[in-house]
Design a protein around this ligand. Sequence first.
Ligand code: ADP
Length: 397
Amino acid sequence: MLEAFLYLIVAVAAGLGGHRIGTAITGRRMREREARASVESAQLSRRLNELETDRARMAAILSGMVEGVLVVDGDGRLRLANDAARRMLNLESNLLGRHYVEAVRQPGVVGQLGAALKGEHRSPIEVPLDAVSAAGGPRIFRAQATPASAEGGGAVLVLHDISDLRRVDRVRRDFVANVSHELRTPLTAVRGYVEALMEDPVEPEQRRKFLEVIDRHTGRMERLVRDLLRLARLDAQQETADVHAIDVATLFRSVSTDLSERIERQRLHIDITVDAAAAVIEADPTKMHDALRNLIENAVNYSAEGGRIELEARAAGDRVLLSVADHGPGVPEADLGRVFERFYRVDKSRTRDPGGTGLGLSIVRHLVELHGGKVSAANRADGGAVFTISLPHRRDR
Ligand code: ADP
């Protein structure tokens, strides 16, 4: 197209100095050439527009990508870095045109780019970052540079943030380790007592004690397996909330009745306060019973003999708050946010382990979330823990 313009300019220049005899013929050719030039110039401007649109589209795609993309030319100079790449590699601004070795600080990434510039195809590497991921764990990304296929060499580096993947892996590994550990303790005890019963002659009194220990530990394993299965069902969203109108005072009373043996044995006092505005809630009765039972059972476990447990329901805006408060030792501030994690126990030694599985509160959280609610832990100003379930509340009832 440029040639056409040049031709036109040359032709016009030639025409200006031409002989009069050739004017008629030259004039026709000129008009033809002018017409052709105008078509070509329209095509050129359309093409330029298309290129500009492509460039803008490409820039939008690159800046919207979660993956980091970095392009280096055959001389090793940075030609492009999208926003994600700048964030991941903590790149300074104004780095385009600089050599990649100056701009990129991670040795692993520099190595990848160097190899790709030599035409090598290397496997991706994992690079840890100083920054902390949104989920709180360490940030890590996978980097792979490949030689650019375009003429003139160069390389393209793609970065994937795999922090979440690694975190899920770690959670799964910890979970398996925890389950194995939780099962090993009672299993070792059961095995020891069974062997003792089988090998040595045992007095009837001692035999009874051994059997009681076996019974306690098998009960513990049963609870663990039951809770694990329930969590698995909740995780797989196999449980749904079958919502009905529930009278909260009746619900509080029925959970207390379930635990009446322990409550009486520990001579505990249960206070129930239900505000009129929170007297009826919309929830799945069985699931809400299970959630409250878990919380009240914990309150019983951590209460001293003769202690008081307060069960309260009140409305707060478009929520209803159900709380279980005790006067026990409370939860250390640093552990408040973690007690809902699976197997999390404040007292790791389990010296005062009342037979819990460490899964109760994570089941409560699942059950409450199934209702679109939230559960939180806090400490009362005058000592003791308070667990609060907050549910969406329909006030028009
Ligand atoms: P567990 O089976 O150990 O009771 P949970 O998931 O129910 O498991 O509770 C997790 C941890 O939270 C407990 O081990 C305990 O450290 C702490 N916790 C729960 N409820 C209370 C409470 N009412 N008072 C003090 N600590 C509590």
